[in-house]
Ligand binder design. Structure first.
Ligand code: PLP
Length: 231
């Protein structure tokens, strides 16, 4: 089977699995969107995924994303940034991405706000939370979250829409469930304490997205199950 056909089949199967997982737990399938994670994949593969119906493209690296974005922006679907973002790349991020999942410092938020203001844009963002508490992972811990949210809310050119997490890799998806539950509960607590309405939960990848959907994911970020191994 050629790559185009393989990607097409994988997209169809993923969209069905996502909708099935949502319906199985009584959620509206429209509430859960696939982010097709394209890191290390060539432009052609991303194009095949968009042709096959991928609703959103996700990228991890600004440099890599710039080339792909410029080649494929005319296809008219949203691009999301999901990788670690350095403040000095904020300007590029604001130009390309409809949603930035990985904000984890006030410094970065401030720079995004500034660049968004210059561009005349309100930039939607998510906060990345290190819910499993691993020292090697980026993201803020739960304690820092309330404070950071409080500091970000006044920034007029940012729109905070929710939380993102990337737990440790587990051999069984059920082992990730407590972390997905914890992210949902954190979002609900923030909404209640601050009187806000954060909606998005970006959580779940190839190995565990169905469990994440059961726990409330609105954005699942999937690479391997779509494109196969990374290049
Ligand atoms: C690579 C990556 C994914 C996709 O992971 P797969 O296991 O290949 O589906 C999701 N989120 C982030 C932040 C990633 O870097």
């Amino acid at each position: 089977m050629d790559k185009k056909e393989e990607i097409h089949r994988n997209i169809c199967s993923l969209l069905r699995r996502i909708a099935d997982a949502a319906m199985q737990c009584g959620r509206d399938p429209e509430e859960v969107q696939l982010v097709a994670v394209g890191k290390t994949q060539p432009i052609e593969h991303i194009r095949h995924a968009i042709d096959a119906g991928a609703p959103i493209v996700g990228e991890n690296y600004i440099q890599e994303a710039r080339e792909k974005f410029d080649a494929l922006v005319h296809m008219g679907i949203p691009w999301h940034f999901i990788g670690h973002l350095q403040s000095n790349k904020a300007k590029h991020a604001v130009r390309m991405f409809e949603l930035i999942h990985s904000v984890d410092t006030l410094k970065l938020a401030g720079e995004l706000d500034k660049q968004a203001r210059k561009a005349g844009k309100i930039q939607p963002i998510l906060l990345q939370v290190n819910i499993s508490g691993e020292p090697t992972k980026s993201g803020i811990d739960e304690q820092q979250c309330l404070e950071l949210v409080g500091n970000i809310l006044p920034l007029e050119n940012l729109q905070l829409q929710g939380l993102m997490t990337m737990p440790a890799f587990f051999d069984a998806p059920e082992k990730a469930r407590p972390y997905f539950t914890a992210l949902r509960m954190l979002r609900d607590r923030l909404n209640q304490q601050l009187g806000i309405a954060l909606n998005h939960l970006s959580m779940g990848m190839t190995g565990d997205f169905e469990v994440a959907i059961e726990e409330g994911a609105t954005l699942v970020r999937i690479g391997t199950a779509l494109y196969g191994g990374r290049q």
